[in-house]
Write a protein that binds this ligand. Sequence first.
Ligand code: NAD
Length: 309
Amino acid sequence: MHLSNGRVLVTGGAGFIGSHLTERLLADGVDVTIVDDLSNGDADRVPEGATFIEADLTEPGVLDGRLDDIDLVFHLAASKHVDTDRPHGQFDDNTRMTRNILEAMADAGVTEIAYTSTSTVYGEAPRPTPEDYAPLEPISAYGASKLADEGLLSARAHSHDLTVWNFRFANVVGPRLRGAVIPDFIEKLQDDPETLTILGDGRQEKSYLDVEDCLDAMFHVVEHADDAMNTYNLGTRTTTSVDRIAAIVADEMDLDPDFEYTGGERGWTGDVPKMRLSIEKLSALGWEPTRSSDEAVRRATREILAELD
Ligand code: NAD
């Protein structure tokens, strides 16, 4: 599949990764339509040149008539936040969106989809975790929703005319990232430069991938992998601890705060404290990250600080 000059639908295109993806596609001459309900996105992030449809993808029928000329769907829309009043709400919303998109694609005869899954489908797994690791036992409704979506996509890919590029992301960071550890530390230190409260014990250790590397890897896989179901981990070979992120953020802000810990090995219920994905399958396809996990965290910190200035 070659992306230049095609017609692409990006779900979640007003979000963090989706807005970067849309910019990249537009720069390559691709005609882009975004569908986003702005529940966690921002209309200001919709790049000039993209067609924007504000719609809730959990509602059936919202894509009727919208996919007729589309070559490929990048499905990024997802609820990433736990609603304690609806313990299964995130699972219901994410799986309903994917089912609705697959049905609309089948009606319109669209046969290519790129899907953004996550390292959390593996649960607490040995590291580095390869794509064929089993059993897949997620420990959050979010991870469960992504694994269920992967199953639905696989079933369709292996029984109908559908090609799926399924990306299991490490933690993706970069400009415009919000609601994650780096912007959280920045905002806390702007409020109180003397003390930083860290969720957990600070020893959580995960792999962070620069958003530009993430897009390069997605494009590379779409252009070079042509099975019915193409599942690839996207990450780096390196990790960064939460303590190290705190140190990088403090350093970039020229501060020397005391660190306080809420305690426990994980930051919140459902947090996988240690994550590093094997990227050997991606490497064998000819792609390598350009930034280490620490470098990705530092660049994101600088960019987000400049945005919040
Ligand atoms: P994001 O929250 O910034 O973007 C998701 C977008 O989806 C938002 O703009 C939101 O408004 C939209 N959305 C949510 N529910 C919707 C609905 N019902 N209808 C229409 N739009 C809806 O998140 P992101 O970090 O850009 O993540 C993009 C994708 O990558 C998500 O699927 C996420 O699960 C996946 N992912 C992200 C990371 C990461 O580190 N950022 C890691 C693993 C997987």
